[in-house]
Design a protein around this ligand. Structure first.
Ligand SMILES: Nc1ncnc2c1ncn2[C@@H]1O[C@H](COP(=O)(O)OP(=O)(O)O)[C@@H](O)[C@H]1O
Ligand SMILES: [Mg+2]
Length: 344
């Protein structure tokens, strides 16, 4: 397996977030810092995989990019313009930036036919040529001949077909960006491959920009130009897919990678400690209580152990935006071992 695209040069940034913080008041009066200082620039036409364990803030980041959550601080921009949090502006924005969820989360209404499901968006936005739009969207999503699917209901379709209907519903609005949150996690392996191939095709044929949220680093491998790894509300590593996967710099990425089945021969790294809790973010490097390099003495021998528990690694900047071949984009990790702080 290898990353699908080596030669891709974006000429503009589609969506970017700047020092984004999103908080929830948790149980017991605590404050969950679900997104805790994220910089990210999604370049037009690129496919980014946002990866990390469950609970690390991927969905919250995605929902905030869509304007479904309002940040405590920081900014979301679309082509350089900050989001406006009013109904009209958000409606206009969401025509361009569409969310695709996996169908089992109830994105399809069981009482709506395929036609109604796909026509809903264009109708809401008062777009012309509804039948033409639905037809083209279904066809683009691989449901052919499209007319054959108009009057079908979700229960008459396979899991893969239902996911294609969900994608067609987004395509019917001619969006520029699709944010897909765990789009294939509940599908069988073979169907998963088909849906991923469809997403690659949509980028190729429509120039779509895709942010694919997944806990599965193996999936990222198959589809993304760039991988962004999150841990406890922050980006801990990012870079071109090939780079991140062949030369992971952050111990957390190495641990995630060690359990990907395709990584034959790699010894599995078991993370110690409690599952991360965004109401109690550790001081220093937020990963240090679970870090295998701390546990096995590597950090101490490198002289950074003190820094690991006391100094927060520098927050990663958004990647170099535009005019650069994707393979030449920067690759960085927020880790004292990879980038020792000056004082260590
Ligand atoms: N609406 C909410 N209210 C309170 N806490 C939330 C809410 N949404 C998410 N969280 C918390 O924020 C953290 C990140 O969640 P989420 O963004 O769903 O992570 P992921 O998608 O990576 O699994 C979790 O600890 C979760 O419990
Ligand atoms: Mg999620």
């Amino acid at each position: 397996m290898s990353a699908p695209v080596e030669d891709f040069v974006a000429t503009e940034t589609a969506v970017e977030v700047d020092d984004l913080h999103v908080t929830f008041s948790g149980r017991e009066g605590g404050m969950a810092r679900a997104v805790d200082g994220v910089n990210l620039a999604v370049r037009k036409g690129e496919i980014i995989a946002l990866v990390g364990e469950s609970g690390c803030g991927k969905t919250t980041l995605a929902r905030t990019i869509l304007g479904l959550e309002k940040p405590a601080s920081g900014e979301v921009r679309f082509h350089g313009t900050p989001l406006e949090y009013n109904g009209r502006a958000l409606k206009r924005y969401r025509k361009n930036v569409q969310l695709v969820l996996q169908d089992p989360t109830g994105s399809l209404n069981p009482r709506h036919s395929v036609y109604e499901a796909v026509a809903e968006g264009p109708r809401t936005h008062g777009m012309d040529d509804e039948i033409g739009r639905v037809t083209r969207a279904l066809s683009m999503a691989g449901l052919r001949p499209p007319e054959k699917f108009f009057l079908r209901y979700p229960h008459e379709l396979s899991g893969g077909q239902r996911q294609r209907v969900v994608i067609a519903g987004a395509l019917a609005l001619d969006p520029e960006v699709i944010i897909a949150d765990e789009p294939v996690s509940s599908l069988d392996a073979s169907v998963r491959g088909e849906i991923l191939a469809l997403m690659l095709k949509l980028r190729e044929e429509l120039g779509l920009t895709l942010l694919v949220v997944t806990h599965d680093l193996g999936l990222a491998w198959n589809i993304a130009d760039r991988i962004v790894v999150m841990y406890l509300g922050r980006v801990v590593e990012q870079g071109p897919t090939e780079e991140v996967l062949s030369n992971p710099q952050h111990p957390y990425t190495r641990a995630l990678l060690s359990v990907v089945p395709e990584m034959h021969g790699t010894e599995q790294i078991v993370l110690s400690g409690e599952t991360p809790d965004p109401t109690k973010i550790p001081s220093g490097c937020r990963f240090h209580p679970r870090c295998q390099e701390v546990r096995t003495g590597v950090a101490e021998r490198a002289g950074v152990l003190g820094a690991c528990s006391t100094i927060s690694p520098v927050v990663l900047p958004p990647s170099i935006p535009i005019g650069v071949n994707v393979a030449d984009l920067s690759h960085e990790a927020a880790c004292h071992l990879a980038n020792p702080p000056p004082s260590a």
